[in-house]
Design a protein around this ligand. Sequence first.
Ligand code: ADP
Ligand code: MG
Length: 401
Amino acid sequence: MAVSADRPSPIASQEQLPEFSSPHVVPKEAAAGVSLRSVTKKYGTVTAIENMTLDIPAGIYCCLLGPSGCGKTTALRMISGHESVTSGQVLIGDRCVNDLPAAKRNTAMMFQNYALFPHKTVWQNVEFGLKMQQVPQGERRERVAEILELVGLSHTAKRKPNQLSGGQQQRIALARALVTRPQVLMLDEPLSALDENLRVRMRGELRNIQKQFGLTFIQVTHHVEEAFSLSDQIVVMNHGHIDQVATPTELFNQPASKFVARFIGDNNIFLGKVLASTPHENGKDLIRLDIDGIGTLHAIGHSPQPGTDAACSVRPDLLTLENPDAPSVSSATTLPTNTLTARITQVELTGFVTRVGLTTINTEQTLLHTLRTVDWHNLALQEGQIVSLKWSANDCVFLAH
Ligand code: ADP
Ligand code: MG
């Protein structure tokens, strides 16, 4: 083959990759669940993880999500065995693995930069873990061939990693992790080196592979959209603690804290104090809050003591905008409607969706409303206008901390 044909193409969204073949040839391994019991990790005086307790059920796609430095990688490396725990227990299945080295945990890790051996061929890279496990040569040959076929890259077996495109390298790293037939696969920011379009495609592939193999995947990411699109379970981490464990839908509808509401993006958050509460549905309360500079708002949640500092949040798509000159549409619900007055300060047409930036009149708090562009045009409003913002108490999430 001519040298030029072997040169890696740039990491680009137009990259051509063959479809994954059906993995029926690869036997399903029993997935294992993972648990952390009061795990703490200290590096000298730095506490990276403090008293973390978590259950990840077998066979699910779990993402550890949080900003840089919150302890995601540390948590993952304690599960994989690349880092020891300072105190607490790590369980894989129902076995405590604190004293087992990484190679004995029946797990595999896919690192951020893929960590492919540059001087080994694709074949040798994929075979490496099997050699470590002292799998006999005949079986090694079969399993490497099988997994390369699965990821559609048999034809690259003789190449070196630098003769692969970004997407191909990612697949080889995945093949190398899967060939050892782990019960749990861990991935540390596996898509961060790829451009946006390729990242979106690759995350679809990761999700498919996880489903087809039925393995437990634990992925670290700081990318909210990635966590939402991949996960069965999202663990939101903040300064070495877990703030919330939830499905994507729960997280979207019911953020548990101000941190989570802010981190998952664009929620409108109001700070104030609890005035009073009355029982509502499903063990929750209708809570009346006094919001600094704005007045009374109503939210749904688990009621704390009156007088407590608290907050509430509403998603930008759940607000409605009304021209104050137009007759008000009365709502059919029996729950109170929250209303406040704001000025439109920015209008951004992003395609199907329009993002409307607003500023509250008294407190100059910045708010965001998103709506379909067609609905925005129908409202016939413009920048600088004063409007009423309304939303139901039912869409207003009470945040205790
Ligand atoms: P994340 O993956 O969420 O970005 P990390 O788990 O890498 O976060 O780091 C969590 C905290 O632990 C950070 O404050 C980081 O500086 C610290 N840390 C991580 N690894 C080490 C180490 N080997 N030595 C000292 N501090 C570390
Ligand atoms: Mg990290």
